[in-house]
Design a protein around this ligand. Sequence first.
Ligand code: ATP
Ligand code: MG
Length: 246
Amino acid sequence: MIPQDHPRAESLHTREMLVDGFRRKLVVAEGLIAHGRGEAYDYLIGERTSAVAKKAIRAAAAALLLPDKRAVLSVNGNAAALCPKEIVELSGITGAAIEVNLFYRTEEREYAIKAELERHGARNVLGVGPRASAKIPELSSERRRVDPDGIFAADTVFVPLEDGDRTEALARMGKTVITVDLNPLSRTARAAHVTIVDNLVRAMPALVHEAQALKGRDEKSLKKIVSAFDNEKNLAQSLKKIRGGI
Ligand code: ATP
Ligand code: MG
């Protein structure tokens, strides 16, 4: 049991969720290490959702709500362990499809993640087993496989905690890429169009809340929010915060 008054209670609780996900075969060992890299940045940003991140969350919510764009939420092991409920909620609010998309693919893990999402109410989970039959160009091996009805055909992809190569490849395919990444210097953070520099466990509930708030806005006002967002500037502001500038 983690004592509630422990100064790192939240962070320890998040670790427990990932270790539990690891035991349930949703998360791979590499995912635990990736989380550690994220934690270090979280410490530096003060383990709070910054005003800078809130701006990115608003742009992300607006982009996912655009009515003429096909959006897909990509789910890996860490995301399934940390925020399955919010992924399903975000899909419900925005109409975006959900696709299981793993860097370290095994059928067993794909089905385990699908089942976890379904346990939280997801209905049509893409990308599992033979469904992942399309390929992202320029990537090698299993890392490039995606669902032809999901990420492959999407205009907008939400890829929290994604690898840099794959983010860059998705951007080159002309997709609008939204990510959540605590490291403003990662290739993913730099290649995405909207980067939310925040911990996924805080960013997801905030994104659900923002999508709910913006739902019903007309297309013009959503587009205005998206086009007013400048990712490079936003990343520079996050970095400044980490360096102690704000
Ligand atoms: P890239 O491949 O984009 O250059 P990388 O190789 O440094 O990045 P990866 O191991 O590929 O990093 O991916 C893990 C990324 O996810 C890291 O940038 C890390 O900061 C981030 N990350 C890990 N856990 C979380 C979390 N809970 N919330 C937000 N970001 C996280
Ligand atoms: Mg990487």
